[in-house]
Design a binder for this molecule. Structure first.
Ligand code: SAJ
Length: 411
């Protein structure tokens, strides 16, 4: 008989924790969401979503109004916990586990024995063991056999989270087989994909491997775009043709790789095995170098655009049709250009945000404008994010401006 959990505490109500809490609660599980931000907690208790994610608001509203989901700033007593806190990386590209440690400390004080603790945050190899050891160090009255600890990496794609959270297969890595089985029981409350049980370290590495695979493939595409530019070849046509081969599937070049996953996770592998991770490191460096290459192209265009040119920067988010600016190459390009080209007026167009982000708000030569104004005034138009509104633009609207299309949508 699968174990039923009477209550689940979800620690961290961000891009992953909040949808997880909402979906669990919507499936009838009493769920308590925990976040350090009082503002987030207040928003969630009113059924409001603090970020853009299609379909989340409806599910959250339902869960809050039915009373199965509540939010608080204090870790509650619960039969199971899901930890979905950030794992940023330090200047030296090592994982910063301080949020996981803080979550462990909060949970430790609430345990009575027999609880299931699941780490969902993307983590370097060994982080799940570290979390368990931290809890046991704080609770010498409990033995390792008194807690069930597993790593179940989230693998949902921002923009499609509500669907993928239910349909994706789940890798479940237990510190013990019993922990993996208990975690499977918890996810079976809502997840419809296959459950793949393994140990915690393999599960940690599997998640990092998936994102590194994508990073390496995108680095290949980005390298091809730089080579193609030099050789006068349209890289998007090139990739489209090559992908007709039944065993070739090259991803798309762009202005760089952003977000909190693909731009970060491969570094956890490099940090864990620096000597052996040569390809993974090079892919990261290739993708991280792409914004600078785009900047070079913009600066070249500015040289022939007069003494006080206007530049439209279309998109600031890290990818299409979301409002997430984390590690965004578009934002990095906008900020660096604002610093290096004070003579240029930069008009940033980002339909998913209402005010200029902190990274740009200090510059007098940057303004957030709507698309119409930017296109009317721009001498140079730089497409940075393939938002649908930009894809829908008729070619005639682009006028006489010099175009730099980093996503290949206006070919
Ligand atoms: N990108 C390209 N070219 C492409 C695809 C993406 O330049 O062909 C860029 C995007 O513009 C963006 C970055 O890569 O800047 C990352 O975007 P993404 O859509 O590839 O991935 P994320 O970061 O939104 O989500 C990834 C997903 N991982 C994989 O597809 C292997 C998702 O399933 C994970 O759950 C998520 O990371 C995560 O949380 O780890």
């Amino acid at each position: 008989m699968p174990r039923n959990f009477s209550s689940v505490g979800v620690i961290g109500l961000g891009y992953i924790g909040l949808p997880t809490a909402a979906i669990l609660a919507d499936h009838g599980v009493t769920t308590i969401g925990v976040d350090v931000s009082e503002r987030n907690v207040a928003a969630v208790n009113k059924g409001e979503v603090p970020f853009v994610e299609p379909g989340l608001r409806e599910v959250l509203e339902r869960a809050v109004s039915s009373g199965t989901l509540t939010a608080t700033t204090q870790t509650p007593t619960a039969e199971a916990y899901i930890v979905a806190v950030p794992t940023p990386f330090t200047e030296a590209h090592a994982a910063d586990l301080s949020y996981i440690e803080a979550a462990a400390d909060g949970i430790a004080g609430k345990l009575t024995g027999g609880e299931l603790i699941i780490l969902e945050s993307t983590s370097p190899p060994g982080a799940t063991e570290h979390l368990a050891q931290r809890i046991l160090a704080a609770r010498p009255d409990l033995g390792a056999e008194d807690i069930l600890v597993a790593h179940c990496p989230e693998r949902v794609l921002p923009g499609r989270i509500m669907e993928e959270m239910i349909t994706n297969d789940r890798i479940i890595g237990g510190l013990t087989p019993a922990a993996a089985e208990a975690a499977r029981d918890l996810y079976s409350a809502f997840a419809k994909g296959e459950f793949l049980l393994t140990d915690a370290r393999t599960a940690e590495m599997a998640k990092l491997t998936e994102n590194s695979f994508r990073d390496v493939n995108i680095a290949f595409a980005n390298e091809l775009s730089v080579i193609s530019h030099r050789l006068g070849i349209d890289v998007w046509e090139l990739i489209e043709l090559a992908n007709h081969h039944p065993r070739v599937n090259i991803l798309q070049p762009g202005p760089g790789v952003g977000g909190h996953c693909i731009a970060v996770d491969p570094w956890f592998i490099v940090d864990a095995a620096p000597e052996e991770s040569r390809l993974i490191r090079t892919a990261r460096e290739t993708n991280d170098a792409k914004p600078e290459w785009v900047l070079g192209r913009i600066e070249q265009a500015l040289e022939s655009a007069g003494p006080a040119p206007t530049v439209a920067l279309l998109g600031l988010a890290f990818k299409a049709d979301i409002d997430d600016l984390r590690e965004s190459p578009a934002l990095q390009i906008a900020q660096t250009l604002a610093e290096r080209a004070p003579q240029a007026q930069l008009l940033a167009v980002e339909p998913h945000i209402q005010t200029l982000p902190a990274a740009l708000s200090g510059f007098s030569n940057v303004a957030l404008t709507d698309l119409d104004e930017a296109l009317q005034r721009a001498d140079v138009v730089v497409l940075l994010v393939d938002h649908q509104v930009f894809k829908d633009l008729p070619a005639a609207r682009l006028g006489e401006a010099v175009l730099i299309d980093t996503r290949g949508i206006w070919r």
